[in-house]
Design a protein around this ligand. Structure first.
Ligand SMILES: Nc1nc2c(c(=O)[nH]1)N[C@H]1C(S)=C(S)[C@@H](COP(=O)(O)OP(=O)(O)OC[C@H]3O[C@@H](n4cnc5c(=O)[nH]c(N)nc54)[C@H](O)[C@@H]3O)O[C@H]1N2
Ligand SMILES: Nc1nc2c(c(=O)[nH]1)N[C@H]1C(S)=C(S)[C@@H](COP(=O)(O)OP(=O)(O)OC[C@H]3O[C@@H](n4cnc5c(=O)[nH]c(N)nc54)[C@H](O)[C@@H]3O)O[C@H]1N2
Ligand SMILES: [Mo]
Length: 700
C-alpha cells in the first residue's frame, strides 16, 4: 500500500476481509506490520470510500456528485479527450500521479502511447529519482543496502532520512532497523534526533539545506587522510585526481560554520568512522532532495560510496538483481519525440530530458501552462492517485490551475480535496483488490512478491484497468502491466508463472557481489565516473558545489529579523502515508492533529506551551499546527507535518486550507539546474501563538 513490501496474510470470509497478519517468513518484515498496514480493514471498508464512478452535477468544487456506470464515465472521458486532442494536439492532455505505486510505470507508458508529453509526479524533482538518476550516471546502476545478505555492515551512515519509520523505496522499515542493530558504527545526519537517530551512535544535527557542504568535507577528509580504497579507486574509478584537486578547499573547518557542526569531533570523526569501518552502507533519504539542489548533494554523496570501495560488496551498497522483466518505458521513437514538447524537458535534462531515468514534466511549469496557455494549451488533467493540493507548493495556484482545465479526472479511494475539484472521481482499487508483482527494493528488484486480489469492493478498479479501458476506447496501443499474461511475462527471469509465485509468495534472487568484475560498470568508461561528461554540461565545475540556499538567515539577512527560524516540512510519521489515512479511526486516534515540533528554548521565547496552537508563517504563507515541544530538534528549526486535510470537515475543501504544509513552501525559481527541484525544507519562518480552540476552519 505504501512503498511497502511487507508480506501479509489476508483472511477473507464471504468475500470480505476479516483480518490481516504479518507473514512470519516474509523476506523484509518477518511477521511485523506497521499501524498503517494493520488499518487495512478500516481502509477497504470505510463508509466514505468511493465505490463507483462519480460525475459532477453542480459547479466545479461544489461537492455535488451523481453515481454513474464505468461505461458512461469512460465513454464520456474518452470522447472529451479525443475532442480536445483533435483540436489542440495530445499535449493538451497531462497526467498526474503520486509516489511509486503499482501503476506507476503504466501511467508513463500510457502517456507515451497517447503522445502525451507531460506526466507530473512529486518525486521527479523532490524524491528518490534524483538519487537514482545521479547514481545511474556515476555507477551505471542504483545501489541499495545489502539487506538480504549474510555479511552485516560495519557502518551504517543514514543521511537525511528516517528509514526506521519510513522504510522508503521498497526496502521496508523493519529491515532498516535490523541493519542498524547489527552495525558497529551508526551515524545519522539530521537536524532532528529522529527515531533513526535514537538507534545511532553518532548524530550530526546539521543546519537544514547544507548537506552538500558536509558531504564535500567528508570527501576532503577521506581523500586528504588517504582513507579511501586505493585499490578500487585505481582500477575502477575515473577522474580521481581532478576530483581530489577540486575537493581541496572543502575542509571540515570550511564546512563547520556552514553546517553548524563541529569540525573535529563531528565532521572529521564521522568521515573517518565511515571510511574505516567497512563494509559501509550509506542510506540516503529524501531530505537531500527537498532543499533546492539535489544534483550537487547526490553527486557528492554518491562519490563517497565510490571512493570508499563500498559498492557491490557483501554488507555494502549493492546493485540489484533486476530479476523482473519490465516493459520498457522510455524506448521507441514515440517516447523520443515527446522530449521536445515536455515542459521543463529542455531546461532540466535529468527531470524530463534524454538523460533522465524516468522522464517527467516540471510541475510548476505545467500548472503555469494550465493557467496561461503558454507555451501551449493544457486543457485536460487526469490524476491517478495524487492529492495534488497537499503534495505541491503553492496550493492556491495549483487549485486555480486545476479549475482552469476543461476536464479534470481523479482516481482515488476517497473524495479528497483534490478529487472534489474534478469532473469525474473514479473509484480506485486498494491493494487487497489488485493482482500484481511487487519488485523490491525499487530499481534493484532482488525480491519479487505476489500481490493477490482477494476481495472486490463495489465497482472499484485498479488504475491499470482504467488506463487499459481508455486506451481501448481511444484506440491506442497500451497493455496494462498486470493483465494475467503480462504478470507471467514479468516473471520470465525467475522461470515461474504468476500462479506459481502466488503459491510461494515471493522469489528471492541469489545475492551476487562485485558484478562489475565481469562486465564493468554500466557507464561509458565501464568504471565509476566521478565526473560524468553529462555533469560537466550541467555544472561549471568538476566537483559538486555548495551554494547557500536562497532563503536562509545567511542569504537573506534582510528577512531574518522577521523570520528568524528555519522550517522543514514533511518529515514522515509512522501513522500516515503522505496525505492518506486521516479518515481511518485507529490512525487518527494515534495522531489526531498536525503538529509542529519546536525546541523548548524556542517555544519559551515565543510563549508557546506544549499543546498550544501555533501559526507558522513564511514568506509564502501561513498554516496552523499543534505545538509538540521536544529536545529532539535544533533550537533554530521548526518541523511541521505535511499532507493534512480533515475528511470530517463537510465542505468540499475538507479543511485543506488550514494546516497544509505546502501553504508555507516555495514553487518559484531558482530551481536545481539538473532536476528543476524547488524547496520544501530549509525556509525562513516564524511562529505565533494562536488562541483558537480548534485548528480547523470550516472553509475559506
Ligand atoms: N511540503 C512538503 N510537500 C511534499 C513532501 C514533503 O515532504 N513536504 N513530500 C513530497 C513527496 S516525497 C511525495 S512522494 C509527495 C506525496 O504525494 P503523493 O504520493 O501523491 O501522496 P498523496 O498526496 O497522499 O496522494 C496520494 C493519493 O492517492 C490515493 N491512492 C493511494 N493508492 C492509490 C492507488 O493505488 N490508486 C489511486 N488511484 N489512488 C491511490 C490516496 O488516497 C491519496 O489521496 O508529496 C511531496 N510533497
Ligand atoms: N510512515 C510513512 N512512511 C513513508 C511515508 C509516509 O508518509 N509515512 N512517505 C514515503 C515517501 S513518499 C517518502 S519520499 C519517504 C521519505 O522517507 P525518508 O527518506 O526517510 O525521509 P523523511 O521521513 O522525510 O526523513 C527525513 C529526515 O530528514 C530530516 N531533515 C529535514 N531536513 C533536512 C536537511 O536539510 N538535511 C538533512 N540531512 N536532514 C533533514 C528530517 O528531520 C527527517 O528526520 O518515506 C516513505 N515512507
Ligand atoms: Mo516521496
Amino acid at each position: 500500500m505504501c512503498h511497502g513490501g511487507c508480506g501479509a496474510w489476508l483472511h477473507v470470509k464471504n468475500g470480505r476481509l476479516t483480518a490481516i497478519e504479518g507473514h512470519p517468513d516474509a523476506p523484509f518484515n518477518r511477521g511485523a506490520l506497521c499501524p498503517k498496514g494493520r488499518a487495512t480493514l478500516e481502509l477497504v471498508d470505510h463508509p466514505d470510500r468511493v465505490r463507483s464512478p462519480l460525475r459532477r452535477t453542480g459547479t466545479r468544487g461544489g461537492g455535488s456528485w451523481q453515481q454513474v456506470s464505468w461505461e458512461v464515465a469512460l465513454d464520456d472521458i474518452a470522447g472529451r479527450l479525443n475532442d480536445l486532442m483533435n483540436r489542440f494536439g495530445p499535449e493538451t492532455v497531462a497526467f498526474g500521479q503520486g509516489t511509486g505505486r503499482h501503476h506507476y510505470l503504466d501511467v508513463l507508458r500510457f502517456a507515451n502511447a497517447l503522445g502525451v508529453p507531460n506526466v507530473i509526479e512529486p518525486g521527479g524533482a523532490q524524491c528518490f529519482l534524483p538519487r537514482v538518476t545521479v547514481s545511474k550516471h556515476m555507477y551505471g546502476d542504483f545501489p541499495t543496502a545489502d539487506y538480504l545478505g549474510d555479511t552485516p555492515p560495519a557502518c551504517v551512515l543514514v543521511w537525511g532520512g528516517n528509514p526506521v519509520v519510513t522504510g522508503p523505496d521498497g526496502k521496508v522499515l523493519f529491515a532498516a532497523a535490523r541493519l542498524l542493530k547489527c552495525a558497529d558504527v551508526t551515524i545519522v545526519v539530521d537536524p532532528c534526533r529522529s527515531e533513526t537517530a535514537r538507534h545511532c551512535t553518532l548524530h550530526l544535527p546539521i543546519r537544514p539545506g547544507t548537506d552538500a557542504a558536509l558531504a564535500l568535507a567528508f570527501l576532503n577528509v577521506i581523500i586528504k587522510e588517504s582513507l579511501y580504497d586505493a585499490d578500487f579507486v585505481q582500477h575502477w574509478v575515473t577522474d580521481f585526481d581532478e576530483f581530489s584537486q577540486g575537493i581541496e578547499p572543502f575542509t571540515p573547518e570550511w564546512a563547520a560554520p556552514i553546517t553548524g557542526l563541529d569540525a573535529e569531533v563531528q565532521i572529521r570523526r564521522a568521515a573517518q568512522l565511515y571510511a574505516t569501518h567497512r563494509p559501509g552502507v550509506l542510506d540516503w533519504g529524501m531530505a537531500i532532495e527537498q532543499t533546492g539542489r539535489p544534483f550537487d548533494t547526490c553527486w557528492a554523496l554518491a562519490a563517497l560510496r565510490a571512493i570508499t570501495g563500498n559498492l557491490d560488496i557483501p554488507g555494502g551498497d549493492c546493485f540489484g538483481a533486476h530479476v523482473q522483466h519490465s516493459a520498457p518505458v522510455n524506448r521507441g521513437a514515440a517516447a523520443e519525440a515527446l522530449i521536445e514538447k515536455r515542459l521543463g524537458g529542455d531546461r532540466f535534462p535529468f527531470l524530463g530530458g534524454r538523460q533522465a531515468h524516468i522522464r517527467l514534466a516540471h510541475a510548476p511549469s505545467l500548472f503555469q501552462a494550465m493557467l496561461t496557455g503558454k507555451p501551449y494549451l493544457v486543457r485536460a488533467f487526469l490524476v491517478f492517485g495524487n492529492n495534488t493540493l497537499t503534495a505541491y507548493p503553492n496550493p492556491n495556484r495549483v487549485q486555480e490551475a486545476l479549475l482552469s482545465t476543461d476536464l479534470l479526472v481523479v482516481s482515488d479511494f476517497f473524495r479528497t480535496p483534490t478529487a472534489e475539484l474534478a469532473d469525474y472521481i473514479l473509484p480506485a482499487a486498494a491493494w487487497p483488490e489488485v493482482d500484481d508483482v511487487v519488485a523490491l527494493p525499487y530499481i534493484a528488484e532482488n525480491v519479487l512478491q505476489a500481490q493477490q486480489q482477494v476481495i472486490q469492493t463495489g465497482d472499484c478498479r485498479c488504475d491499470e484497468w482504467i488506463m487499459g479501458e481508455l486506451a481501448r476506447l481511444l484506440q491506442v496501443d497500451f497493455i496494462p502491466s498486470n493483465r494475467p499474461d503480462q504478470l507471467d511475462h514479468r516473471l520470465q527471469r525467475t522461470g515461474l508463472t504468476f500462479a506459481e509465485l502466488c503459491e510461494r509468495g515471493w522469489y528471492i534472487a541469489p545475492s551476487q557481489y562485485r558484478k562489475y568484475e565481469n562486465r564493468g560498470f554500466r557507464t561509458p568508461s565501464r568504471k565509476v565516473e566521478l565526473i560524468p561528461a553529462v555533469f560537466r554540461q550541467i555544472s561549471s565545475r568538476s566537483v559538486p558545489m555548495y551554494q547557500e540556499p536562497p532563503e536562509t538567515p545567511v542569504s537573506r539577512p534582510d528577512q531574518a529579523a522577521e523570520f528568524p527560524l528555519i522550517l522543514i516540512t514533511g518529515a514522515r510519521r509512522m501513522h500516515y502515508f503522505c496525505s492518506e489515512g486521516r479518515a481511518l479511526p485507529s490512525l487518527r486516534r494515534a495522531r489526531p492533529e498536525p503538529c509542529a515540533e519546536i525546541h523548548p528554548a524556542t517555544a519559551a521565547a515565543y510563549g508557546v506551551g506544549e499543546g498550544a496552537m501555533v501559526r507558522v508563517v513564511t514568506l509564502h504563507g501561513e498554516a496552523i499546527f499543534r505545538a509538540a515541544i521536544t529536545e529532539a530538534i535544533r533550537s533554530d528549526v521548526v518541523s511541521v507535518d505535511f499532507g493534512w486535510w480533515f475528511p470530517e470537515v463537510p465542505t468540499p475543501d475538507h479543511g485543506v486550507w488550514t494546516s497544509n504544509a505546502n501553504l508555507l513552501t516555495d514553487s518559484e525559481a531558482p530551481y536545481d539546474p539538473a532536476f528543476g527541484s524547488y524547496r520544501l525544507r530549509g525556509l525562513l519562518c516564524r511562529i505565533e501563538r494562536v488562541d483558537e480552540k480548534s485548528p480547523k476552519k470550516e472553509s475559506e
